[in-house]
Design a protein around this ligand. Sequence first.
Ligand code: 5GP
Length: 176
Amino acid sequence: MPFYEQSVDTLIDERTLFARIRELGKEIARDYSGKNLTLLAVLKGSIFFATDLARAIDLPLCMEFLGVSSYQGGTETTGEVRITSDVTTPMAGKDLLVVEDIIDTGLTMKFLLENLQARHPASLRVCTLLEKPARAKARIDIHYRGFVIDDRFVVGYGLDFSERYRNLPFIGVMRS
Ligand code: 5GP
């Protein structure tokens, strides 16, 4: 029996995830044809999504990784965002697509977009796997979204609870 079976219920199964990621990949490939696409994955949560999404985009592209931390552990945002590891190449002139796991309050993405805009990319857009509109505190222009979900704390497919559960192959909710 898988280790998570006692503690996690499935919210979005693996098959549904991949079907949606394939659709997003097609949409992105259409929109970025002939452009200088760089996927900027926000660590750590978007790691699985970003690598699967990259493989669903039939275009030449670059990948960059940027680490942010907006939580002090637990399940509530502190509103305080830090860049914990930065990209290694200049972002100027690139068509940047920020790939995020989840937009909850939107405070992390607001901070990131302001930070990245100051680096003068050719274009800047947002792709998030999940969006929780019920908790939005900042208005974010989301160009590509996988799924809109209710206000529940989710884990799996990159999303953690105290650094665990990232390796579940689906999106789940913790059983209380
Ligand atoms: P925001 O700044 O939009 O409130 O939060 C963004 C970050 O908070 C996400 O990148 C993610 O790391 C974390 N987060 C928000 N909601 C959840 C959730 O339901 N589950 C998990 N595991 N992390 C979340």
